[in-house]
Design a protein around this ligand. Structure first.
Ligand SMILES: Cc1cc2nc3c(=O)[nH]c(=O)nc-3n(C[C@H](O)[C@H](O)[C@H](O)COP(=O)(O)OP(=O)(O)OC[C@H]3O[C@@H](n4cnc5c(N)ncnc54)[C@H](O)[C@@H]3O)c2cc1C
Length: 363
């Protein structure tokens, strides 16, 4: 039987980024249930970096990730993963509010019209967040996996964890093909399946709830949209951003409770997205080019969970990354690796209190 120090369950951005930090220091393997890592949430995101997103605790991780995403070390990647886009938070009433420390400025309706010609009259207030950027998610995820392998980590796909039991101070893990692995620590980076993986390992679920989000690529009767900023409703009913010369990515900002699954878009959510979009701008909708859905999984307080389980020894949570798991991955992995290995935290995350992310907070 293979003897590992650490077994990471899940090869999405959570497992890959943490794996890249710890491989080389411990004998580590990532097991991924699907044939390819990134098949679920990581491969379905809206791919933006928005520092204000997710509230003040999450914003600490986003802010601490920004430098790495923009200018990664040369041994990690040849170029950065961000493409500047900017965001505009629009409102029909009061001024949108952002977490403290996020750079933003107010604009009046005249300036707003320069950014978004055809905006309907009831959108009266707007805040520009210039730091918003697109993230090259596929390149970032591949770079984490590449670094993980380069440092001696092994990735097994088509390798679903079925059960795990404690045998003295180690785990014996059974995979879907009937094979077994032995590991000192299990890292639960199973995204929407985090609670069910916990149960398979005899740990108590934390209430990590998968919620479906729909994305629609729309062709509209407007040109020059490629670099359109992310337009985000401060009440959380929609966002859209430029995709191609005549197309946008649009979401109705839906959060539909669901069981963990291979999520697919529902017609009603696509229709809702278009309906809300038509209330924002007068741009004619020509056709739906494609639509997709993915699961964003949240802990009960919507703050991700990094740390050892309170009751089950050797069981580490890396879950609940919600709608910000890509933009927070570099700093979250640094913080989580320090907790996992008992190391001094990297200076870029030393100011962040790991207690905010501890699974023990749900005691
Ligand atoms: C529509 C949408 C838009 C989003 N937009 C953004 C955005 O703009 N910016 C941003 O930062 N974030 C965004 N997110 C959130 C981001 O995609 C997630 O937070 C992130 O991908 C979560 O990564 P993960 O590794 O935890 O989960 P996943 O990528 O889902 O990876 C978990 C993996 O675990 C595997 N697994 C499960 N059970 C087992 C098992 N028993 N054995 C082995 N493997 C198992 C699964 O197959 C899966 O591949 C968005 C998400 C969605 C759905």
């Amino acid at each position: 039987m293979i003897n590992l120090d650490i077994l990471i369950v899940g090869g999405g951005i959570g497992g890959a980024s943490l794996g890249a930090k710890i491989a080389g220091k411990r004998r580590t393997m990532i097991i991924e249930a699907e044939d390819q890592c990134g098949y679920h949430s990581t491969g379905r995101s809206a791919a933006f970096f928005l520092e204000s997103y997710g509230g003040p605790i999450v914003a600490q991780l986003s802010t601490a990730s920004a430098g790495f995403l923009a200018n990664p070390p040369s041994e990690f990647a040849d170029c950065g993963f961000l493409h500047q886009r900017g965001a505009i938070h629009v409102s029909q009433g009061s001024w949108p509010e952002l977490p403290p420390g996020v750079t933003a400025y107010r604009i009046d309706r005249y300036e707003l019209d320069q950014f978004v010609p055809g905006l309907r009259p009831h959108w009266i207030k707007a805040l520009v967040e210039p730091g918003c950027a697109d993230i090259d998610v596929a390149a970032l995820h591949s770079a984490f996996l590449r670094q993980f392998r380069k440092r001696g980590g092994e990735v097994r796909t088509g390798a679903r964890l079925m059960t795990a039991r404690r045998d003295s101070d180690r785990w014996v893990v059974s995979l879907v093909d009937g094979s077994e692995l032995s590991a000192g620590i299990i890292v639960n980076a199973a995204g929407a399946w985090a609670d069910s993986v916990a149960e398979s390992c005899g740990a108590r679920p934390l209430g990590i709830a998968p919620k479906r989000r729909t994305m629609v690529q729309l062709r509209v009767g407007r040109s020059g949209l490629k670099d359109l900023p992310l337009i985000n409703d401060s009440d959380g009913n929609f966002y859209f951003k430029g995709e191609g010369e005549h197309s946008i990515w649009l979401s109705p900002h839906d959060e539909i409770d669901t069981l963990p699954c291979d999520a697919a878009p529902e017609e009603i959510d696509v229709a809702t997205a278009i309906d809300r979009f038509e209330d924002v701008v007068d741009w004619p909708v020509e056709r739906i080019e494609r639509s997709w859905a993915g699961l964003r999984s949240f802990a009960p307080d919507r703050v991700p969970v990094y740390g050892f389980d309170r009751d089950i020894p050797g069981f580490f949570w890396c879950a609940g990354q919600g709608g910000f798991g890509i933009q927070t991955a570099p700093a979250a992995a640094r913080m989580a690796a320090a907790i996992l290995l008992g190391d001094t935290p990297d200076p870029t995350v030393a100011h962040i209190d790991p207690a905010s992310f501890s699974p023990g907070r749900f005691a």
